[in-house]
Design a protein around this ligand. Structure first.
Ligand SMILES: [Zn+2]
Length: 122
């Protein structure tokens, strides 16, 4: 029933992943700059609550971690495209639905396995 992804579809997902990766690389650079910016270096010298900038820095660091995770997921998906295993669930081996791939082109598992995994974690 579930036919293989066509070359055209794979090409489309590859494009999508490349775009996503480029965007992530840009974002990561910006976030790094944000995280590394020394506190209290704002011009004007008005000594605001020092806690505020520290909190913002913390948020930037947290974002940086998840963006890097996402980036490695995107890279792994591109790797799977190159190896011809793209669109295949890593857990049950079934085809991941197109609808799911269109939303999450870097998905490793089918919706069923993803849902099962979520239930196990909680
Ligand atoms: Zn599965």
């Amino acid at each position: 029933m579930s036919r293989e992804l066509t070359t055209h579809e794979k090409h489309k997902f590859r494009q999508q992943l490349h775009t996503l990766r480029a965007r992530l690389l840009g974002d990561v650079k910006e976030l790094e700059a944000e995280a590394l910016r020394p506190t209290g270096a704002l011009s004007g010298g008005a000594t605001d609550d020092p806690g505020t900038s520290e909190a913002a820095e913390e948020v930037a660091r947290t974002l940086l971690v998840s963006e890097e995770n996402l980036l490695s997921e995107v890279n792994a998906a591109l790797e799977r495209l190159a190896q011809g295993t793209f669109g295949q669930c890593e857990q049950c081996g079934r085809a991941i639905s197109r609808e799911r791939l269109e939303v999450i082109p870097y998905a490793r598992t089918c919706i069923r396995c993803a849902r099962a995994g979520e239930r196990e974690e909680t």
